[in-house]
Design a protein around this ligand. Sequence first.
Ligand SMILES: Cc1cc2nc3c(=O)[nH]c(=O)nc-3n(C[C@H](O)[C@H](O)[C@H](O)COP(=O)(O)O)c2cc1C
Length: 414
Amino acid sequence: MSKLDDFRLMFGQRELVPIMIGGMGVDISTSRLALEAARLGGIGHISDAMIKAVSDTKFNTTFVKEKLQRYKFNVANMDKSAVHFRLAELAEATRLHVGKTMEAVRGAGMVFINCMEKLTMNAPKETLAVRLRSALDAGIDGITLAAGLHLNSFSLIEDHPRFRHAKLGIIVSSARALQLFIRKNMRTNRLPDYVVVEGPLAGGHLGFGLDWAKYELSTIVQEVLAWLREQKLNIPVIPAGGIFTGSDAVRYMEMGAAGVQVATRFTVTEECGLPDTVKQEYFKASEEDVEVNETSPTGYPMRMLKHSPSIGAGTRPNCEAYGYLLDANGRCAYIDAYNRALEANPGSRKVSVYEKTCLCTHMRNFDCWTCGHYVYRLKDTTTKNEDGSYRQLTTEHVFKDYQFSTGGQIALPA
Ligand SMILES: Cc1cc2nc3c(=O)[nH]c(=O)nc-3n(C[C@H](O)[C@H](O)[C@H](O)COP(=O)(O)O)c2cc1C
């Protein structure tokens, strides 16, 4: 019976265990988690979501406080177009987060960074260019372009000395998105080094509408593989979304995938950045607790636990401190939803906002419990402690379970 370890992900001469742990912002996929994946011979991701806030927590910088101080005059104003990011600070936060992580890499694997292009920061092009360039400067092994993929992002870094050496990948949810990206990027004479094909059962934002259930990962992967074959393009394809066991992964490898990207099973590991109480919520979840809703102001549906504290919270827009989702005109769909709720409830001091969520605030506070569809199976991957809580796993345990399990088995912790 085949196991995932019978396969290798090849990047040129480089041979890796074909397991990529997906990026999970904000600092859910921590450096510790990514470094473990690399130590074990696979690929781990850190994320650059809200990187200045992450830098403050990890490196005692004071970026968030200073930005809030700078824009304090605007806090009560619902027009946030005056709020800007200082590019030098963004670069410094990236240098710290990426640089310190890369210094600590051990083992045969690699560490990539997940860059969600939907974090438009009131200056999409300028801020994305700084994020990508600073990550390359700080020695990241690879960059995965995600959520809101721009068709010409490669051109923002094509003059960077590491443009042709670092691994650059994209996340798509259809063969068409891949075709468009490749066509648009012809000019840079550089193909993506890998393509993550993310299906409808993934965690985080989905590249589908609310009709996500009509799609199937295996069909999309086959379409992508067929198109690449037809074009004689040799780009490793990495399926993601709902791959819960090593045997699920093997099915994709036998289909022609080069590796798999997985995330949900690692949310309950010791190295994952979620608070322990939230990990228990993930363990306890039942299938009925999971929904795909439109509360994310990005415009993409997002999967989360129905009882996430972010849902309905009437948080005052917090863009002076954060503001990562402000579009090129300084707007965010949450601000509009918040204003509508205020208008509908004149005179009330506290409103509930169900339409959208202040995603910056709630992701930062780990109050938006995004998860993959199979989160409700996590309880079957562990044992219980004496106090009735579920036992956290180590990244090594989960990684090796994917790598070596056969017959759909899941190894419980010893
Ligand atoms: C808690 C959580 C947070 C996530 N955050 C991000 C993110 O910031 N960027 C991104 O591209 N994908 C994100 N994802 C998607 C994962 O990287 C991955 O592709 C997907 O969840 C894989 O499916 P699985 O969770 O069923 O294994 C997130 C997933 C989870 C579970």
